[in-house]
Design a protein around this ligand. Structure first.
Ligand code: TRP
Ligand code: ZN
Length: 478
């Protein structure tokens, strides 16, 4: 199921910097540099996201990640180079990358060796020359090690999972830093090229399209190219034995699906046979499919290790654990709808997560109406009746541990249900297509969304949003 099955107990999250420290840091940096007219200063170690303040970094925008990596399933060792192309958004004497674990052997900026220091999940890079605002610069980081898992405030895990035949990388919310250095926040999207070398006989599957393979010396390198910008949390790689199927939807979307044979149970196979139809059906509702190809990765991991499917860009991941089918049709509908809501239109910050999960939940309600004749009103009524949905307003998860809790999904979908009632069929259909088009391959916030909705109607939507999006009290009725 799409909602995360989290560990029973929320774990303390010691490593994060409090927001106040970040703001103080930013204020101090400004005192030191703002009056000096371009005196270069250090880029902030975090973007000050309300829920994940240390995620991402200040002072630059990444445009491209070139990851040239090699994996040894026997030892679990990952090694290689990240080539990060970015633009400085201010004069920088140094900047940070997010990286958890692993050993860095060399850092260079624009071809010169750079000084690098590490503290927690921050890799601080001091280039030989100051980076001027607006300048494009290239950072290379050579690194290696056995990548780790990241434990979230809600006790769930992401990062790098070892499987019995390889590995699986999942990044939401802050797990990409476990396998490559970067600007690990949804607001900084970039194109990707990943080349993963694995022992002959294994396959490496990732986002984007397979641009080529090269075999030499008992190893095969798989080059995956993602032209569309991608948030770091949506990057994935699966390494192992997979049965690969290439096809096309009737509507013409290219498909590449990789299934671990050990998760290939009959119900999973039956669900995957619906994938082309679901992609085309969602394209009809939400607008043309936003990426160059679609598909899925179905892996096999021992019971309970992951506990969720993930909408990794253009190729969502379904980790089977032998406990029920790896893929169920509603989950497939949910993860594929995220290609529009989350992957193409990506939240500006983690508190905007309901824009992902609310739409994805609503997409499954639409599917169940069409497929099983369950009216959307009945799904909405069931969500409304669940006390867990009323723990907090969907646009304001109180802590990082709440980012994937029930209100984000169900109350998020109820906001859309209310909008359907208020806007009527025609304007609501426009919203479902127009919103993904308005922020195609970009980022959007909750404020962007309410402003967009206001433009669809002459009605005042403020009371609707005050109650359903921001309100803490449960309304008397649906
Ligand atoms: N986005 C996933 C889904 O809907 C669930 C999920 C996994 C998640 N990891 C997360 C949600 C971290 C929020 C934060 O299928
Ligand atoms: Zn989801």
């Amino acid at each position: 199921m799409p909602l995360r099955r989290t560990a029973p107990r929320a774990l303390p999250h010691a490593a994060r910097r409090p927001l106040s420290a970040c703001l103080a840091g930013a204020a101090l940096a400004c005192l030191l540099s703002c009056s000096g007219g371009g005196t270069p200063s250090a880029g902030a170690p975090g973007l000050g996201d309300r829920l994940f303040p240390a995620a991402g970094n200040g002072g630059y925008d990444v445009t491209h990640y070139g990851l040239d990596l090699s994996y040894d399933p026997g030892s679990g060792r990952l090694s290689g180079t990240a080539l990060i192309t970015a633009t400085a958004t201010r004069d920088l004497s140094s900047f940070d990358l997010d990286l958890a674990g692993l050993t860095v052997s060399r850092v260079g900026v624009d071809g010169r060796t750079a000084r690098a220091t590490r503290s927690g999940t921050e890799l601080t890079v001091r280039p030989a020359r100051t980076l001027r605002r607006g300048a494009r610069f290239e950072t290379t980081v050579a690194y290696a090690g056995v990548p780790r898992l990241v434990t979230d405030p809600d006790g769930s895990h992401e990062g790098w999972f070892r499987t019995d035949d390889g590995a699986l990388a999942l990044g939401e919310p802050v797990g990409s830093m476990a396998w490559f250095p970067g600007d690990d926040h949804p607001s900084d999207k970039a194109a990707f090229d990943l080349t993963m070398s694995v022992p002959d006989g294994l396959t490496a599957v990732s986002n984007g399209e397979l641009a080529g393979t090269r075999t030499a010396g008992g190893r095969t390198a798989f080059h995956w190219h993602s032209a569309a910008p991608m948030a770091t949390y949506l990057a994935t790689v699966g390494i192992g034995h997979y049965t690969v199927t290439r096809s096309r939807t009737p509507g013409g979307v290219a498909l590449y699906t990789a299934v671990d044979p050990r998760s290939d149970d009959p119900r999973t196979a039956a669900a995957l046979r619906r994938l082309p139809q679901i992609v085309d059906w969602e394209s009809g509702l939400f607008g043309s499919y936003p990426f160059g190809s679609a598909g899925a990765v179905v892996d096999h991991l021992p019971s309970g290790q992951v506990g969720y499917a993930l909408e990794t860009q253009n190729r969502p991941v379904f980790p089977g654990d032998g406990d029920g089918p790896a893929v169920a049709v509603p989950t497939l509908v949910h993860e594929l709808s995220h290609q529009w809501f989350g992957d193409s239109v990506t939240p500006s910050s983690w508190q905007d997560m309901w824009l992902n999960e609310g739409f994805a939940t609503y997409a499954t309600w639409l599917w169940e109406e069409r497929e099983d004749g369950v009216p959307v009103s009945r799904s909405a009524a069931a969500a409304f009746a669940d006390p867990a949905a009323w723990a907090f307003p969907p646009a304001a998860p109180p802590t990082a541990a709440d980012v994937s809790a029930r209100p984000v999904y169900d109350r998020g979908a109820l906001v859309l249900y209310q909008l359907h009632q208020a806007l009527g069929d025609a304007a609501f259909a426009k919203l479902l297509r127009g919103w993904p088009a308005a922020h195609f391959h970009g980022n959007a916030s909750t404020a962007d969304f309410t402003a967009y909705c206001a433009g669809l109607t002459t009605r005042d939507l403020k009371p609707l949003f005050a109650t359903w999006l921001y309100g803490t009290a449960e309304p008397a009725r649906l």
